[in-house]
Design a protein around this ligand. Structure first.
Ligand code: NAP
Length: 244
C-alpha cells in the first residue's frame, strides 16, 4: 500500500559520490530509493548507511555494461512495485588512457563511451516500460559541462584545456540521448533532462573538484522532482540552463 503512495527512484552508481548523495536526498524527500550498484558489497553498505538515516532504501544490482543485471533489475522492480517513477542515469567513469584526440587510447575511449553513454541507453531502454506506468515519470541523465559542444569550442572557457576525447564525447552523446528521448516522449507525462553537477570533489577526479557532493547532487535532485509544469529536453546546472 505504502508503495502505491511513495514515488520510487532508481539511481545507477548510487554507492558513492554524487549518486549516493542524490539517492540520500531523494530518500530524505520521502521516496523509496533503489540503490543501483555494480558491486554488491558496496551497494549493500551504502543501502545500510541510508537505512540507518531512516531512508527507505533497497539495494539493486545494476552494472550498466552488463545487460543481464539491467534486465534482472527491471524484472525485480516491476515484480515488487509495478512501476518506476524516477530514473537517474548517474553511473560514470573516466579512464587514465583517455586524452586529447591525437593521443587518447582507443580502448579507453571505448570503455568510457560504453559506460557513460551506452550504459545509460541500455538502462533507459529497460526501464522505459516501467516509467510509462508512472503517473509522472522523470529521467535525469547526469551529464557534464565537458559534454557541451559550445563550451568545448570556446578556447576561453574555464575548462577549455580539459580535452578528454572519450569522456567529453560520452557526455555529448548522453546529451543527445536526452534531446531525442524527450522528443520521443513529448506528449507523455515523462520528462527527460540532463544535469551538469559542476566540478565536484569525488573519486572521479581524485577529489580535486571544488564543490561538495551535496552541491554536486542538487541539480539532479531538482530535475528528478520536477513538477508537472517543469521543463523537458533541457540541460541544466544549479544556476540555470547550460548550452548544448
Ligand atoms: P564516483 O564517485 O567515481 O562515482 C561513480 C559511480 O559510478 C560509482 O558508484 C561507480 O561504482 C559507478 N559506476 C561506474 N561504472 C559503473 C557500471 N559499469 N555500472 C554501475 N555503476 C558504475 O564519481 P562521481 O563524480 O560521483 O560521478 C557521478 C556522475 O557524475 C558521473 O556520471 C560523472 O561523469 C558525473 N560528473 C561528475 C563530476 C565531478 O566533478 N565529480 C562533474 C560532472 C559530471 P563503483 O564504486 O563500483 O566504481
Amino acid at each position: 500500500m505504502v508503495e502505491e503512495l511513495k514515488r520510487i527512484a532508481l539511481v545507477t552508481g548510487a554507492n558513492k559520490g554524487i549518486g549516493f548523495e542524490v539517492t540520500r536526498s531523494l530518500g530524505k524527500a520521502g521516496l523509496i530509493v533503489l540503490v543501483g550498484a555494480r558491486n554488491r558489497e558496496l551497494g549493500e553498505a551504502a543501502t545500510a548507511t541510508l537505512t540507518a538515516e531512516g531512508i527507505d532504501a533497497r539495494y539493486v544490482e545494476v552494472d550498466v555494461v552488463r545487460q543481464a543485471t539491467i534486465e534482472a533489475a527491471a524484472s525485480l522492480i516491476i515484480a515488487e512495485f509495478g512501476r518506476l517513477d524516477i530514473l537517474i542515469n548517474n553511473a560514470g567513469i573516466n579512464d587514465t588512457g583517455d586524452g586529447p584526440p591525437s593521443a587518447a587510447d582507443l580502448g579507453a575511449v571505448r570503455r568510457v563511451i560504453e559506460t557513460n553513454f551506452l550504459g545509460a541507453v541500455a538502462v533507459t531502454q529497460a526501464m522505459l516500460p516501467l516509467l510509462r506506468k508512472s503517473a509522472a515519470g522523470r529521467v535525469v541523465n547526469v551529464s557534464s559541462g565537458l559534454g557541451s559542444l559550445k563550451w568545448n569550442a570556446d578556447p576561453n572557457w574555464e575548462f577549455a584545456a580539459v580535452k578528454l576525447l572519450g569522456y567529453c564525447s560520452s557526455k555529448a552523446a548522453l546529451n543527445m540521448l536526452t534531446i531525442q528521448l524527450a522528443y520521443e516522449l513529448r506528449g507523455t507525462t515523462i520528462k527527460v533532462n540532463a544535469s551538469n553537477p559542476g566540478y565536484t570533489a569525488t573519486d572521479l577526479n581524485g577529489r580535486q573538484g571544488y564543490q561538495t557532493v551535496a552541491q554536486g547532487a542538487a541539480e539532479t535532485v531538482r530535475l528528478a522532482l520536477l513538477p508537472d509544469d517543469g521543463p523537458t529536453g533541457g540541460f541544466f546546472e544549479t544556476s540555470g540552463p547550460d548550452p548544448w
